[in-house]
Write a protein that binds this ligand. Structure first.
Ligand code: XMP
Length: 519
């Protein structure tokens, strides 16, 4: 189910940078299809007919050592425009005869100021005289490759943007893909539309029609099973497959008792009553609670919840012999993450990105209709399928649910307390028009009690922690700055309405050094 037959595509060669996903996303946002491949995959790549540009990503490797990640030199003779970013620039320079040195003097991390030296199509409307860019490099190019010119420099590194305009080969030492680079998107716009001369053709809504056709052709007369959690990804998968094969889709909703307040019922009603999907409910909340009794280790909790889910799901799928396919909401970033840039098979899709790491012996064939899309594209798909806003724009929610937000032991009473507090928090965010400004927000219960005073009596109750972060993809995050009056009122509302909480705290750490979840 790949779109290799896109009319025009931009290849991104991943040298292992955490930022490669962002490059691909920037290109897609500009309406051009892009595909991330490893240097090893590039060697095997034969058909270049639709490749209109190649971008070489950054990466942790260094061309100053004997062994380094590289690409065949013949790529530069294919008359396809090439843009190297950070390590990509250094690699272009190395292959084409320049010199690169590890240099304490020239290394740059964080903000740097770019000064224009020459005109270039690549910097049109980007760099007039001086602009702030984001750097992260230790090595620096110290001698230009043959037939290249310097377009811009910083104080520390002379060769910050270089070009061979005749051969359409460009290199930038900074990272235009990150938002810390002012107007970085313009670099991609110039590369795509002025240099590669591609057209804006990538359109998620158009892909929807293609996808439905592909699913229909693959599934034929068989049945598909799908674990529906009520998150964006599984919801879009369910609607998409339903459009393709109608009643031959069976959605399974497993209630583990660790969902947000009213969430399970709400999701069920939407999919069963509004969309009339074939939804089967399985209430296993008692079983989950029993298995989690006295378990406080977060990884143990994750394992127990994941394994139970698999067992229940497996049992269900065996009940109907005609079920041949299992639909999963794997996204493109998961696919990129699962390939290592060296081509080894060591890094697999994180188990929490699919259905709890299902065993192979299930004998079900996997279909992953969203594996070409980024989250924001999935949301476009969702709205074009008529998915309600409350689900389409819902914050991410982890598979183990409240299980990893109740720090320490999980009991029925602690689930109740957390559900109430979280419900108030989320609803207040919605009412105050803050929900959509935040990437993820939740309440958690800490494993300590503290003293309080309510009325004339002393209390000894739970601490409720609130967390709200802004983020682009969950890899890094900043805590959200609430207005003081919001914090005052939310603390008040939780204390007054949730029996069992006498203290509310707000987490003001970013990721890194913290993570988004507490466990
Ligand atoms: P962290 O805590 O690693 O979270 O900063 C990053 C994102 O991943 C989600 N997350 C999980 N999702 N199962 C999931 O399905 C998990 O075990 C899990 N742990 C973290 C987290 O909610 C955030 O969106």
């Amino acid at each position: 189910m790949q779109f290799q037959n896109e009319k025009e595509s931009v290849l991104i060669i991943d040298f292992g940078s955490q930022l490669t996903k962002l490059i691909a996303r920037r290109i897609r946002e500009l309406g051009v299809y892009s595909e991330v491949i490893t240097p090893r995959e590039l060697i095997k790549y034969k058909d270049y007919h639709n490749i209109k540009g190649i971008i070489l990503s950054g990466g942790p490797s260094t061309v100053t050592e004997k062994k380094f990640q590289t690409i065949p030199k013949k790529i530069f003779n294919k008359k396809i425009p090439i843009l190297g970013i950070c390590y990509g620039l250094q690699l272009i320079s190395k292959i084409l005869g320049g010199k690169i040195k590890p240099s304490k003097k020239r290394r740059e991390f964080g903000r740097a100021f770019l000064i224009k030296k020459k005109k270039s199509l690549l910097i049109k409307n980007f760099l007039k005289s001086k602009i702030s860019v984001w750097m992260s490099h230790e090595d620096a190019v110290v001698k230009l490759p043959n037939n290249f010119k310097i377009i811009a420099s910083t104080k520390n590194s002379k060769l910050t943007i270089i070009e061979n305009s005749k051969k359409k080969i460009y290199g930038v030492q900074f990272h235009p893909e990150v938002t810390h680079t002012d107007n970085g998107k313009q670099i991609f716009k110039n590369f795509l539309f002025l240099i590669c001369k591609v057209k804006k053709r990538w359109n998620v809504k158009y892909q929807k029609k293609k996808l439905i056709k592909v699913i229909r052709n693959v599934v034929k007369k068989d049945k598909v099973i799908c674990a529906l959690s009520g998150g964006v990804d599984s919801s879009v998968v369910a609607l998409l497959i339903n459009k393709a094969v109608k009643k031959r889709l069976i959605c399974i909703m497993v209630n583990n008792g660790l969902m947000r307040k009213n969430e399970f019922k709400y999701t069920y009603n939407i999919f069963k009553k509004k969309y009339k999907l074939n939804v089967k409910l399985i209430d296993s909340s008692k079983l989950f609670l029993k298995k989690l009794k006295d378990v406080s280790n977060p990884e143990k909790k994750r394992k127990i919840i994941g394994n139970l889910f698999v067992q229940i799901f497996e049992k269900e799928s065996k009940k109907n012999k005609n079920i041949k396919y299992l639909a999963q909401g794997t996204l493109y970033p998961d696919i990129i993450e699962s390939k290592s840039s060296t081509g080894s098979k060591t890094s697999k899709i994180k188990s929490h990105h699919n259905v709890g790491g299902l065993p192979k012996k299930m004998n079900l064939r996997i279909i992953e209709p969203l594996k070409e899309f980024f989250k924001d594209e999935v949301r476009i798909l969702g709205s074009s399928l008529g998915l309600v806003k409350s689900i389409n724009y819902k914050h991410p929610f982890p598979g183990p649910g409240l299980g990893i937000r109740i720090i320490g032991n999980i009991t029925r009473e602690r689930i109740r307390i957390l559900q109430e507090a979280d419900y108030i928090f989320i609803n207040e965010l919605i009412k105050s028009n803050l929900y959509d400004k935040i990437w993820q927000a939740y309440a958690a219960l800490l494993p300590v009690k503290t003293v309080g005073v309510m009325g004339d009596s002393r209390t000894y109750e739970n601490i409720c922690l609130l967390r709200a972060v802004t983020s682009e993809d969950g890899m890094t995050a900043d805590y959200f700055s609430f207005p003081k009056n919001f914090l005052d009122s939310i603390s008040n509302k939780i204390i007054n309405n949730v029996r069992g909480v006498n203290r509310v705290v707000y987490d003001i750490t970013s990721k890194p050094p913290s993570t988004i979840e507490l466990e």
